[in-house]
Ligand binder design. Structure first.
Ligand SMILES: [Zn+2]
Length: 565
């Protein structure tokens, strides 16, 4: 046989060599770690720091580097196990198996920016894979040997990266705590609890005909309650931005899908400068995150939930899996951090620094669609055991029946009852720790929700009362009147100024410069204040308006009366 004919035959023979199971798993582990580490760095650059992609979803932070490596490591080992089974049936050669890992790896890297179309990404992936295959069949033996010998080093490197990231974050936190200025003597703790998507009129204490909120009702009896509190916006990002900066959406400009700017100081920065251990705990990992611009001033920000589902949902192949699981009928991939888990995180933070006053900003997100609270809450207000779960953001519902709509509302009310139970548990935990007495506790919502009101569903689509009328309660035993109800219209962006006013902060300090007015002036005779400016929530410039349904619920609502004007 001539030399020119011998070479392709030798290559083909080499390409048909089989991988032992041990080598197959070693190759899978190698590709998993390398694919994941590089993907993690890419995700951090694109979705953590906003390079090539200014949008804030899906947010990631530095932990993604090792979490992505760990996820891909496990994923590729699972694929190797499937390959072992397939190899028995189809006698797949080593080159086919190794090239399979390369295909998945290239697909991951090419697609993660989200800037290349599906067709373009597929073409580029196939091209890179073809180049890899041609190279691999020429160097099969040394390359497989390299995979095997370098694997321990890659594993050790990944462990080192994970330990460095987690250790670095912890060190950064402890240094920030050590650098806090001394707090004022007897400075009260501050709990700022936002119940995401809670419309006021579904609370018993705001006149609802279902017993959805016994614990919040009890809190209302110990608080100043605002019957007509209006949020600055009907969706999460701008509403939270106002709650923390005291600015209206036309000022802070967090009104699209881009992060909050750093133009204005926020309440966490002001509290930190007063010696508070500042921490945020988010159930809304879409819009209340560090990536969304809310990290400033917080020593600790719990928007990275270390569950398996959360890990999966932040990686590229994990997101693909979640996408298909949605289409396969799974009502909700269990990525949502429940109020109970958040509450436990809050207590572990509080317990860590018992000698310092704390400022915790909490977002409970169990009322957000899809309305799927845990049992027994989901069926609490329904004849069905599992109502709800049909409505989910991003879909239209032209065929939603009145019975389905009722089921959605029943499940929403169940989610409220669940959240109320956790609010009760949060308050009980503070009492048990002896920290309730000297705690300023604020309960508010970022926006409401529509259930067919004005033919609308969900939120972010109008400025009707159902969407911007939110509960607002402020309690501080002995310092704030208990059981006082105020019916004048107030805007929730007044809260930063109110908190600092209650703490006695000087408004001449630029760090405390939140526009206000302080709501404390409404109950404090010395404040000589009878009313607040008329709330002016901002119209959402979004395409969510299309999520309308035929009118099923006659509802005529009004903006609140404005007392004193
Ligand atoms: Zn929200």
């Amino acid at each position: 046989m001539s030399t020119t004919l011998q070479q392709p035959v030798q290559k083909l023979a080499t390409a048909r060599q089989q991988l032992s199971a041990g080598k197959l798993f070693a190759v899978a582990a190698w590709f998993g770690l390398v694919a994941g580490l590089i993907e993690g760095c890419g995700l951090l650059a694109v979705y953590g720091y906003g390079l090539w992609n200014r949008f804030i979803r899906p947010g990631v932070s530095v932990e993604i580097v090792w979490i992505s490596a760990l996820f891909d490591f496990v994923l590729f080992l699972c694929i190797a196990a499937m390959m072992l089974v397939a190899r028995r049936m189809f006698r797949l050669p080593a080159a086919a198996l190794v090239t399979g890992f390369a295909l998945i790896t290239f697909g991951d890297w090419v697609s993660l920016t989200g800037r290349i179309s599906s067709l373009g990404a597929a073409s580029l992936t196939l091209g890179l894979t073809a180049v890899f295959y041609r190279w691999f069949v020429r160097h099969e033996r040394p390359v497989i040997a390299f995979f095997k010998t370098s694997l321990p080093a890659f594993m050790a490197f990944t462990v080192l990266v994970a330990a460095s990231i987690q250790g670095g974050l912890r060190l950064q936190r402890e240094r920030a705590i050590a650098a806090l200025p001394p707090a004022a003597k007897n400075a009260p703790n501050v709990v700022f609890l936002v119940i995401d998507t809670l419309r006021a009129d579904h609370l018993s204490s705001y006149g609802y005909n279902r017993p959805t909120s016994p614990h919040i009702d009890q809190l209302a009896q110990q608080s100043v309650v605002f019957d007509n509190a209006i949020s600055s916006a009907p969706w999460t990002l701008p509403a939270h931005a106002s709650l923390l900066t005291g600015r209206l959406p036309h000022e802070h400009l967090a009104v699209g899908d881009e992060p909050l700017h750093t133009h204005f100081p926020n309440l966490a920065e002001a509290m930190r400068s007063r010696g508070y251990t500042t921490a945020a705990f988010s159930g809304n990992d879409y819009y209340f995150t560090r990536r969304a611009g809310f990290g400033r001033g917080f020593v600790y920000f719990d928007d990275y939930y270390y569950s398996l589902a959360d890990t999966i949902s932040r990686t590229f192949w994990g997101r693909v899996f979640v996408h298909f699981s949605d289409h396969l009928g799974l009502k909700e991939f269990p990525v949502r951090q429940r109020a109970e888990q958040i509450k436990n995180q809050v207590f572990s933070w509080i317990d860590r620094y018992p000698d310092k006053p704390f400022f915790v900003f909490i977002n409970f997100n169990d009322l957000h669609d899809p309305y799927l609270p845990p049992q027994p809450w989901r069926g609490k207000f329904s004849a069905e055991r599992e109502p709800g779960g049909v409505i989910r953001q991003g879909n239209a519902y032209p065929q939603l029946t009145p019975a389905q709509l009722q089921g959605e509302m029943d499940s929403y009310d169940g989610a409220l009852a669940y959240t109320d139970d956790q609010v009760g548990s949060l308050l009980a935990g503070l009492r048990k720790r002896g920290r309730a007495q000297n705690t300023l506790f604020i309960l508010v919502a970022d926006h409401g929700e529509c259930f067919g009101d004005h033919s609308l569903l969900e939120h972010r689509n109008a400025l009707y009362r159902e969407l911007v009328h939110v509960p607002l309660m402020i309690s501080w035993p002995g310092k704030v009147p208990a059981g006082l109800r105020l019916d004048g219209a107030v805007s929730t962006d007044s809260l930063p100024a109110t908190v600092l006013d209650l703490l006695g902060a000087s408004s001449s300090n630029p760090q405390n410069n939140f526009p206000g007015p302080s709501l404390a002036g409404l109950w404090n005779p010395a404040g000589n204040q009878r009313s607040c400016p008329i709330p002016s929530p901002r119209w959402p410039s979004t395409n969510f308006f299309r999520k309308a349904i035929p009118p099923t619920r006659a509802h005529c609502s009004r903006l609140p009366r404005v007392s004193g004007s």
